[in-house]
Design a protein around this ligand. Structure first.
Ligand code: T4K
Length: 373
């Protein structure tokens, strides 16, 4: 097989027809309203409330700041927030940057989401909240997590960065917990270039989010919180409106790519796909594959390096564990979350995006299966 030129990257953002974006940009130009809750922003907020089946939704400039604002708006006393280390480092950074101590709970061996059976043992008198992650778009065991949270009177804030549009037994993930944060970054299955949202059933909490994302303003002369600036602008909102229009098509195309991977790679000893939680819909946000080196005969890193020689750039999402990041050196013991630690060594997320040609998927699979010894 020839080296891919241009290379195949782990993802490629989907874009609407440029003329449609141009037309919305013209509207923005003629309105001269560029940010701070303009017409596109209002339209997108309404449309996403419907899409995510939530009564209250606030838009943000990016998912990370959305998460920081969501934590701040919980108005917690200083203390600990229980989370998982098998995630993008944003999740842990948001907790720390808001002044809390992350406490890491291990993940389930199948789904890599926070293991509810290990959660209660992590709760102390200093626990203030639980922040689970719907990693790769696979929902957490929300019923079990929320049963424990309610016994201890703790809010649950979901990092739903990967879970746009996901439902479980027909119920939207945004309908669970105190709130859920969604990321609309360019690399996500739904994008507003950069962007994010927080969805919540609690109208008073949503009102606080307004303050945290806009310097604390609630009216011209009324500054209630020590908020920052995390507002989505009109150009982002316009992109979001158009990408929403094409979202079902996006998911249908991603589903075909994911199915082709499964067709080609199923049944190879030592290589496994993530199961989908019972009743959960899929948005095909990522294509994580686990390699058991003792059975497959090659390590995840060897597979990744071999793919690179063919111009194929898979990614090790999520390596290192957030708890092992250099900036947290010496503060946490990754051995305390052994399942997460193994996952971070064995998982490779293969390229997945709507326009990835099935012929390219076949080539990627040929290289991957060729690594087996
Ligand atoms: N919580 C979780 C669980 C998250 O996964 C994330 C973000 C957040 C919170 C925070 O949400 P945001 O603040 O980002 O909204 C990427 C994304 O930047 C990040 O959004 C995402 N998670 C994370 C998992 O992946 P990198 O450092 O891997 O991105 P980068 O630039 O290496 O891009 C990945 C590939 O995509 C590259 O091969 C290039 C390609 N690409 C990228 C961009 C931006 C394109 O082809 N076009 C593009 O425009 O973090």
């Amino acid at each position: 097989m020839q080296k891919k030129d241009p290379p195949i990257l782990v993802t490629r953002p989907s874009l609407p027809p440029v003329e449609e974006y141009e037309s919305l940009v013209r509207e923005i130009f003629s309105s001269r309203y560029l940010t701070n809750g303009g017409a596109q922003h209002q339209k997108l907020e309404r449309a996403l409330k419907e899409k995510l089946a939530t009564p209250n939704l606030r838009l943000f400039s990016n998912g990370h700041l959305a998460l920081e604002c969501a934590i701040s708006a919980l108005n917690l006393e200083p203390g600990e927030i229980i989370t998982t280390p098998f995630t993008f480092v944003s999740t842990t950074h948001a907790i720390v940057r808001c002044g809390f101590t992350p406490v890491f709970c291990d993940v389930e061996p199948d789904y890599f989401t926070l293991d509810a059976t290990k959660l209660e043992a992590k709760i102390t008198p200093r626990t203030r909240a639980i922040l689970p992650v719907h990693v790769y778009g696979n929902p957490c065991d929300m019923d079990a997590i929320e049963a424990i949270a309610s016994r201890h009177n703790l809010p649950v804030l979901y990092d739903a960065a990967h879970a746009f549009g996901v439902t479980i037994h027909g119920r939207a993930v945004a309908d669970y917990g105190t709130a859920s944060m969604f990321s609309f970054h360019a690399t996500k299955c739904y994008n507003t270039i950069e962007g994010g949202a927080v969805a919540t059933k609690d109208a008073a909490y949503a009102e606080l989010l307004n303050g945290y994302k806009n310097f604390g303003f609630h009216a011209d002369e009324e500054i209630r919180e020590i908020g920052g600036n995390a507002k989505m602008n009109e150009f982002q909102a316009a992109m979001g409106l158009l990408n929403l229009k094409y979202f079902d098509n996006e998911i249908a195309k991603r589903a075909l790519v994911a199915a082709r991977y499964r067709e080609n790679l199923s049944g190879i000893a030592g290589l496994s796909f993530r199961p989908v939680r019972d009743g959960a819909s899929q948005n095909y946000a990522y294509l994580p594959v686990s390699f058991d080196p003792t059975v497959f005969g090659a390590t995840r890193d060897e597979v990744s390096d071999t793919l690179k020689t063919y111009g194929i750039f898979a990614r090790k999402y999520f390596y290192p564990l957030t708890s092992e990041s250099a900036c947290y050196k010496g503060q946490f013991d990754p051995a305390e979350t052994p399942i997460a630690l193994t996952a971070s060594r064995n998982v490779l997320t293969l390229p997945l995006y709507a326009d990835l040609a099935l012929g390219d998927v076949d080539d990627i699979c040929e290289v991957v299966s060729g690594c087996k010894k």
